[in-house]
Design a protein around this ligand. Structure first.
Ligand code: COA
Length: 262
């Protein structure tokens, strides 16, 4: 598929998805969401892709939100508005459920739908000049692409209430302090710092990565006991892999593990 509003590049096992509408601060219109959906389908199906980095084009924005011009089109139309929210949610869920680690590399404004896109990634890095927030209430709406649910799960309901009810923008440092952003870098170090983290992750056992991500994701909606049952199952499955033998032998032999994902 040829993309107009995003870029999809693949190198060394890492796919980079860049939202590419810099003149509109990479705002997510319907076309861009559809292109993101295809890109996530593409990387899900491509076994050569082991991790994904999501970012925004230009030096100003990651993604400054859903396209406000398009949102106005659904004013007064509850079912169309709900349909739009359900579509955005399904696209971001694809990213979250890829089974491959994804990093939202936040290079600038990550507002509204942009913040929600970053929240759907497995992890987030940000430049010190990034600003994050869920300003929907200042437009008379609420987050519609999963933000009210994911933010509360990632940072707790107290933080989610503060972000969603004030609609304020927060610095990368503030977002880091409450656990929304995992690592903060100077703007010129964002790329290198992010890729270093990605490569660290990729050096670990691929099956273990998948099980670890799935245990956390499925555990979100489970009780502690149900979550521990899941953990037991994944722990058992991991013990059947050649990667487990390789990881432990490598440790005892004082060498780097060569995982095969088997
Ligand atoms: N939807 C549609 N267009 C958007 C947009 C959005 N979410 N965010 C920015 N843009 C457009 C602006 O309309 C402007 O387009 P124009 O040049 O054709 O007028 C262009 O991107 C540049 O934005 P501008 O507002 O001029 O930049 P700024 O540096 O003055 O302000 C922001 C930056 C991020 C503070 C401001 O753009 C903003 O508040 N955007 C909306 C954020 C938001 O509420 N997002 C949630 C939506 S649910």
């Amino acid at each position: 598929m040829t993309y107009q509003n995003i870029l999809l590049e693949k190198e060394g096992g890492v796919a980079r998805v860049t939202v590419n509408r810099p003149d509109k601060l990479n705002a997510l219109n319907h076309q861009t969401l559809s292109e993101l959906e295809s890109a996530f389908d593409d990387v899900a199906a491509d076994s050569s892709v082991r991790a994904v980095v999501v970012t925004g084009a230009g030096d100003k924005a990651f993604v400054a939100g859903a396209d406000i011009g398009e949102l106005l089109d659904v004013a007064g139309e509850a079912s169309k508005a709900s349909e739009l929210a359900a579509f955005g949610q399904s696209v971001f869920r694809k990213l979250e459920e890829l089974g491959k680690p994804s990093v939202g590399m936040i290079n600038g404004f990550a507002l509204g739908g942009g913040c929600e896109l970053a929240l759907a990634c497995t992890l987030r890095t940000a430049s010190t000049k990034a600003k994050l927030g869920l300003p929907e209430v200042s437009l008379g709406i609420i987050p519609g692409y999963g933000g009210s649910q994911r933010l509360a799960r990632i940072a707790g309901p107290g933080v989610a209430r503060e972000w969603i009810l004030t609609g304020d923008m927060f610095t990368a440092e503030e977002a880091h302090r409450v656990g929304i952003v995992n690592r903060v870098f100077a703007p010129e170090e964002l790329e290198e710092g992010t890729m270093k983290m990605v490569h660290t992750i990729l050096s670990r056992g691929p099956i273990a990565l998948r099980f670890g991500m799935e245990a956390i994701l499925r555990g979100w909606d489970a009780s502690q006991t149900e979550g521990e049952t899941l953990e037991t199952e994944f722990f058992g499955k991991a013990s059947e892999t050649a990667d487990m033998r390789e990881g432990m032998s490598a440790f005892l032999e004082k060498r780097k593990a060569a995982f095969k994902g088997e």
